[in-house]
Design a protein around this ligand. Sequence first.
Ligand code: PLP
Length: 423
Amino acid sequence: MAKRCFVTKDKIEEIKKEIPTPFHIYDEKGIRENAAKVKEAFSWNPGFREYYAVKANPNPFLINILREYGCGLDCSSLTELMLSKELGVTGEMIMFSSNDTPAEEFKYAAEVGATINLDDITHIEFLENAIGYIPKRMSVRYNPGGVYSVSNGIMDNPGDAKYGMTKEQLFDALKLLNKKGVEEFGLHSFLVSNTVTNDYYPALAKTLFELAVEIKDKLGIKLSFINLSGGVGIPYEPDKEPNDILVIGDGVHKVYDEILVPNGMDNVSIYTEMGRFMMGPYGGLVTEAIHEKHTYKEYIGVDACAVNLMRPAMYGAYHHITVLGKEDAPLDHTYDVTGSLCENNDKFAIDRKLPKIDVGDILFIHDAGAHGFSMGYNYNGKLKSAEVLLKEDGSYKLIRNAETPQDYFATLKGLGIVEGLFR
Ligand SMILES: *Cc1c(COP(=O)(O)O)cnc(C)c1O
């Protein structure tokens, strides 16, 4: 089965005349349709908010599209907080879900009024020392340990994850925060990544809702919000069925009515912090084949590399590839598609069945909208690519300049040894 590109070859040829490959391109129409559906899926919950996980793709133009659908922002670092503030997102519209948090980041988060989600019980004292008080609205992150199974073999190992508190710590933390005058409490948990099943959120919701009832019964604390965090996945492989967010929203609604409502908690706000699901499918990495090499294997060398999209190198992740203009050609060649890093894991595909690729062909690497550009780095002195928005009306807009050598060398500027680079 084929995955379809949201942009035509002709359009890419047009863009390429102005913006050289490689570049990331994003689909405004797709982003909007999906964001509207997310909003609809949870419209049964009056307090619902999606806090878009900025780390997935921090492009401010894309963030502003999501804001039109009521999204807040989930930040995890100083620079993400700074970006949010600059965009005019402050206060309860920011969730600060970080871990191993530096004091100055807590300070900045408190200054902009973000809701702070504590990763550990020791962070209560750390936060108090950092900012001089405990905010009235606080969230705590739960890690149930062990193995968490959802359905059809989808599971993960929270017991191995560095995030969150044990159940005992969580109860102690809530007690302590209560004593320190906190008035609004939230519960957060992120147990499985990239779940391609409609069952994950409902299963997680059940776990957290039952815990919320226990918290109310044992501590007399009624939670204001429950944050299901991220983890709703996308089908990177073309034969996988995508999640249906409407079914997921209904599933959460059902357990809400079964567990929270009968226990007098019918006004708990549901939050999500999706990143991948909001952006992943609506971005592609566009790259040109610049070499072919025949040794012990067949290689196609492209002008992008792992610096532009790290997931295949880092996790062995599958990203579907379409050769533009050869969508219907037979997949009668087997290639490794490589970037130029001096690392043998710099391959976008290994032993992939593809049509015959010629130098000059344009490859569209799918599902690069989340954890794509944002994971970029500068190994081998490689530079980050431009980002382009394909607008709803079919026109396009440059939404991030490609990094230049000047940007790369900027941290040496003024130190007196390579000043010639800046003249
Ligand atoms: C990464 C992350 C998210 C987003 O996860 P996705 O799988 O991209 O939806 C949300 N919350 C926290 C705390 C995260 O670390």
